[in-house]
Design a protein around this ligand. Structure first.
Ligand code: GDP
Ligand code: IMO
Ligand code: MG
Length: 430
């Protein structure tokens, strides 16, 4: 299998977990390189549902090495709970299957608290974060005040660095937010103990990935969130705090992006977004409501209802171009069964001017009105279909139209949450 980057091509929750699990069959290593426990990647195997937040989605395949790279914002409490949860369900999750970078930045309880408290100050500008401490942790990283996994393993170092970091955070909590400060000694004891439990998993993951690649092993990079939530290229400030696509792999995994053979975008056959921020094709009426109910569109991490709307080809073209996508996987095609008409936005009307190019000014995205194409829908249940030719003609035509407007081959279609509910096209992805 070639070296693959798999990324979200919309606003997250595109079904990356399912597709990465499926592709992991042929991968020696699956590597997370950004984001943290804000992610919720769902894999369903034989009716058993697994929601992975930090552990890569290759973990259900024995023999696959799962790597949490240095670019991940790592909450050790969540990670160890996730490890325990998988072990309880009989999934092997030892240091043989899971490696954690010594350079990943650590999310502490105070990051989570500041994340939640600071949202309250933003009023209209609130982002609707997952409250998992992602922004405050990456802010510390950029400010060079953060603590990394290696610091948890060295009690003396941990104590010194925590004291400096927490003294400042406590001042912020007390003086700005009027909240209770964290006890430095208690925090030290707690995270030193977490460090001891993490220790067997910790290594230089960049060296691990590069040497595996040099030895001819296949590597799959698992993106979290989606291109439209990218810190630099998404709908800033309504974004997450990391680079969510191929560009994040160099800094976040210590692997040269120039050695990545294929970049595979994942997109739903419609669109969803959770949290605040512009969403040009959002349908706040009955069709959006129907998409939400039929697609069970409730967040895998926070349980929040997802905002729903029709496929946005303007945003998707931008996402695919940014990541140099070599192909696309379209998920949740089954959710569209039973719509008489399926709509597809191919352009925006921005203040009376039609554009097919995604506008980078937030104000333009906010006022963009989608220009829709209407496609005939289908009513057949397609969840058991495994060959493209067996899909209703209208579903085939919709997929071909998508391919036409996006200019990228659609290599797989997903027609249900289960691992095997896949239709391969153009020879699939291996
Ligand atoms: P991720 O964050 O990109 O991994 O996506 P999530 O797991 O947050 O959300 C995707 C949801 O859609 C999950 O509940 C999946 O089980 C489900 N899902 C994935 N593919 C399909 C599909 O083809 N059809 C349907 N109906 N559900 C799917
Ligand atoms: P996966 O990997 C969908 C959204 C949040 C919020 C914004 C910032 O499952 O696709 P953050 O907590 O990151 O500071 O929140 O980003 N968000 C996601 N939306 N899927 C995700 O992950 C997300 N991770 C963050 O809702 O709008
Ligand atoms: Mg998700």
């Amino acid at each position: 299998m070639p070296t693959l980057s798999v990324f979200g091509a919309q606003w997250g929750d595109e079904g990356k977990g399912k597709i990465i699990d499926r592709l992991s069959r042929g991968a020696d290593l699956v590597v997370r390189y950004q984001g943290g426990a804000n992610a919720g990647h769902t894999v369903v195997v034989g009716g058993e549902k697994y929601v992975l937040h930090l552990i890569p989605s290759g973990i259900l395949h024995e023999g696959t090495v799962n790597v949490i790279g240095n670019g991940v914002a790592l909450d050790p409490v969540v990670l160890l709970e996730e490890v325990d949860g998988l072990l309880e369900r009989g999934i092997r999750c030892s240091p043989e299957q899971l490696s954690v970078s010594s350079c990943a930045h650590v999310i502490f309880q105070h990051h989570r608290e500041i994340d939640q408290l600071s949202e309250r100050w933003k009023g209209e500008g609130r982002i609707g974060t997952t409250g998992r401490g992602i922004g405050p942790c990456y802010a510390d990283k950029a400010a060079r005040t953060g603590l990394r996994v290696a610091d948890l393993l060295d009690p003396e170092d941990l104590h010194t660095r925590l004291q400096a970091n927490l003294a400042e955070k406590n001042a912020l909590l007390e003086k700005v937010h009027g909240a209770e400060p964290f006890d430095i000694e208690q925090t030290f004891e707690r995270y030193a103990a977490l460090g001891q439990r993490l220790a067997p998993f910790v290594r230089d993951t960049g060296a691990l990935v590069r040497s595996a690649w040099k030895a001819g092993k296949s590597v799959l990079f698992e993106g979290a969130q989606g291109a439209m939530l990218d810190l630099d290229h998404g709908t800033y400030p309504f974004v997450t705090s990391s680079n969510t696509g191929v560009g994040g792999i160099g800094p976040g995994a210590g692997f040269p992006p120039s050695r990545i053979d294929r970049a595979v975008g994942i997109a739903k056959a419609y669109c969803t977004r959770v949290g605040e921020g512009p969403f040009p094709t959002e349908d706040s009426g009955t069709e959006g409501e129907r998409l939400r109910e039929l697609g069970h569109e409730y967040g895998a991490t926070t349980g929040r209802p997802r905002r729903c709307g029709w496929f946005d080809a303007v945003a998707a073209r931008y996402a695919l171009e940014l990541n140099g996508a070599t192909s696309l996987v379209v998920t949740n095609l089954d959710v569209l069964s039973s719509f008489e008409t399926v709509r597809l936005a191919t352009a925006y009307d921005v203040g009376g001017t039609r554009t097919e190019t995604y506008p980078t000014a937030l104000a333009d995205v906010v006022r963009a009105k989608p220009v829709f194409e209407s496609h005939t829908g289908w009513s057949e249940d397609i969840t058991a279909v495994r060959d493209f030719g067996d899909l209703p003609k209208a579903a085939q035509a919709y997929v071909e139209s998508l391919e036409g407007v996006l200019g990228v081959p659609i290599s797989m279609l997903s027609v249900g949450p289960e691992r095997d509910q896949i239709i391969e096209r153009h020879g699939g992805l291996g």
